[in-house]
Design a protein around this ligand. Sequence first.
Ligand code: HEM
Length: 408
Amino acid sequence: MDTAQPATSPIDDEWIEHHFDHLAPEFARDFQPTLARARSLCPVLHSDQHDGFFIATQYEEVLRVAQNWRTFSSERGITVPHTPTPMKVLPVTIDPPLQREFRKLINGYFRPAVVAEWEHQTRVLVNRLIDGFIESGECDFMESFARPLPGLAFFDMALHAPADDLEMVNGWATLASTPDHPDGMDSHIKLAGWISGFMAERRRQGPRGDVVDGVMSAQIEGRPITEAEAIGTIHLLILGGLETTAGVLGMSMLRFCEQPEIPALLRSDPTVIPGAVEELLRLDGSFICIGRTARHDTEVAGQKIKEGERILMYWVSANRDEAQFENPDTFDPTRTRNPHIAFGAGPHRCAGSNLARMNLRIAFEEITRRLHDIKLQPGADVEFHSTFNRAPRTVPITFTPGPRSGAV
Ligand code: HEM
């Protein structure tokens, strides 16, 4: 899927080597072929766009930048162009050692043992969503499944937030994750306002022992967490938890339509599903890239990077690096070695990877069990919103109508 560069692509080597623009719509349309070409041209490119920035596309370099937080800071900016949010989203915009205090606070609520307790409820939710469209034989998979699932699961099990607010919050999360969108900033502000009201309501209700209580009552550097820090931490959990998983679900469904042997394999042998989740994360990870800012003059793969200059790390390109993965564009759930970095690397490595993996596994188990003969609707023109997170806007599919399960 998505590997050969079309002859009509407006993107040429000159564009890639000197004018690379991750926000360009033509790049979103010609995504993996452009990254494959970038990998073959140079491990670290420099672009003159957005006041100049660097792009790391090969596995070794991406890993090196991600792990070296002493040189490549998150505190000094993680986006290109630099777009500070109206409030600090934590802990993705701070560096160790302070960042580690926030991570210690969050990590305990997303450990494998905690997430395992949500498995039954998640399966019920997945089946309830499938019940909503299975009799009709068609749906927009993004609207009916991929977007609601991570949000409903997160609101119900992790945040204990009202499900009625989810659609609104999901809408803000989508826009806030799209930094070039004119309503992006406004969505951040609305989301922060909602979190503030939600926390006030939770204080009235009394403790429930969940991550919200943990954040509100945390000690940071030996003093109580501030209101702004608590909002910023829950803000990132919502942004991190909703759009990313939805994107992987949507792209996996596109792959199922293009390669029907994949859902057939998962249906006939569900034991390969955990391996398939890793392959789908590797091939179609939704968190495309994120930036760091050099804290002092340095060098990566022969490129001199000056203090204050930015570099984007392309996780999705590293995950298809020919030097790291044999047949990198091939879906192979039986790979014995799959050190993909779809969840990042270094101190900021994803806090929600156990939850995301569980949601994806159960979704694929139930989808392949219950939906047969899945196809993309004829004439469907799938567009991507893709800046830092890549997700199809719609995935209209057909399948053989089936019975509801009655999951409640
Ligand atoms: C398939 C789904 C997901 C993908 C692909 C993904 C990917 C990532 C990546 C690449 C990073 C590293 C960012 C950086 O280096 O600056 C990250 C960080 C983070 N993710 Fe996820 N994520 C996913 C799901 C989730 C979920 C479900 C949650 C909610 C619990 C979550 C919460 C976070 C948080 C809080 C951080 C920041 C950690 C820090 O700065 O220390 N993510 N994620």
